[in-house]
Design a protein around this ligand. Structure first.
Ligand SMILES: Cc1ncc(COP(=O)(O)O)c(C=O)c1O
Length: 337
């Protein structure tokens, strides 16, 4: 049996999703004529209490478009040092937006208003770049799926409003956070200027993310998407997978979290595991006594694929294509190492 725990991006479309894609009504989306893309954008915006949305090929593109929309060249943004926008988007903040990044040391990627405030530059001192944007990530990938609650986000939003900063959310796994915290998606629109929602992580669509903001920002975002080469034509075939995922795969994220809990508990009983980080959602980070590469090899011999994130740290990610029998298989493998 093969169990792929490398990432929640490895899922394949289900038969129901494929059927929805096959039957999608499409048009030329660069002309605004693809009714399935239009429906996905409107549906996602409504879910999060935002005015409008734009469908893009990837979460990297929605984040980079957001940063471009909310900054000017020579500005600075503030984010945690683990932030995907900074670490894993190829230096796009500097390349696409000519913006510098001020990094904070949050707890598992979670930062607070108290941490942000002293890092906002004095706008009257020309030595400093102009601080214009704060980026949060929920859940935090590098934090091991750690979550912000809306209560934690509110003071950050108030600070940003008071200081005239924009607030963007990298919501690649926002539905995992909502499943864990019980917060309502519709309330998110009150606090963020921009939200990036990925359809191709836990939700199981093959491609796509939606950037949400007000109408004027989304109008500009369409221009930036075109410049980046992200204007797609009959994209409704892909958007249909997104609509299907929003209709059918949101509730079931709790199953992934329960599976992660089973594996985290099992790992905490294993003598070859030095430490299991707190597990909240579908990601587990744990430290190994032996080098991670040695453990990964042993796991692979039993069909369990995973990745290391450090010399002694391994990441497991639960998702749509890991079923209860596979979780049971992994438990057996963990016991046997
Ligand atoms: C937190 C986070 N943001 C953004 C992305 C980028 O998504 P994509 O791979 O669709 O570009 C990822 C990808 O894993 C991610 O984990």
């Amino acid at each position: 049996m093969i169990v792929d725990l490398r990432s929640d991006t490895v899922t394949k479309p289900t038969p129901g999703m494929l059927e929805a894609m096959f039957n999608a009504k499409v048009g030329d989306d660069v002309f605004g004529e693809d009714e399935t893309v239009n429906a996905l954008e409107a549906k996602t915006a409504e879910m999060f209490g935002m005015e409008a949305g734009i469908f893009c090929p990837s979460g990297t593109m929605t984040n980079q478009i957001a940063i471009k929309c909310f900054t000017q060249p020579l500005d600075e943004l503030i984010a945690d040092q683990t932030a995907h926008v900074y670490r894993y988007e190829g230096g796009g903040i500097a390349f696409n937006s000519a913006v510098s990044t001020r990094l904070l040391n949050g707890y598992r990627g979670i930062i607070t208003a108290e941490m942000i405030e002293p890092e906002i530059n004095d706008e009257n001192n020309v030595h400093y770049p102009h601080t214009s944007l704060v980026v949060l990530e929920n859940t935090v990938n590098k934090g091991g799926g750690s979550c912000y609650t809306l209560e934690q986000i509110k003071p950050i939003a108030v600070l940003c409003q008071n200081k005239g900063l924009k607030l963007h959310l990298d919501g690649a796994r926002i539905f995992n956070a909502l499943a864990h915290t019980g917060d309502s998606a519709a309330d998110y629109g009150k606090y963020f200027d921009g939200i990036s929602v990925c359809l191709s992580k836990g939700l199981g669509a093959p491609v796509g993310s939606v950037f949400l903001a007000d109408k004027q920002t989304i109008k500009y975002a369409r221009r930036i998407r075109k410049v980046l080469g992200g204007g797609m034509r009959q994209a409704g075939f892909l958007a249909a997978a997104g609509v299907y995922a929003l209709d059918h795969h949101v509730e079931r994220l709790k199953v992934d979290h329960a599976h992660a809990r089973i594996l985290a508990t099992e790992l905490s009983h294993c003598g070859w595991v030095a430490n299991v980080l707190p597990q909240e959602t579908n990601i587990i980070l744990f430290d190994t006594v032996e080098p991670a590469a040695v453990v990964l090899e042993k796991l692979a011999e039993h069909g369990v694929k995973a990745n290391s994130t450090d010399k002694h740290r391994i990441r497991f990610v639960l998702h749509l294509d890991v079923h209860a029998e596979q979780v049971e298989h992994v438990v057996g493998v963990l016991k046997g190492i």
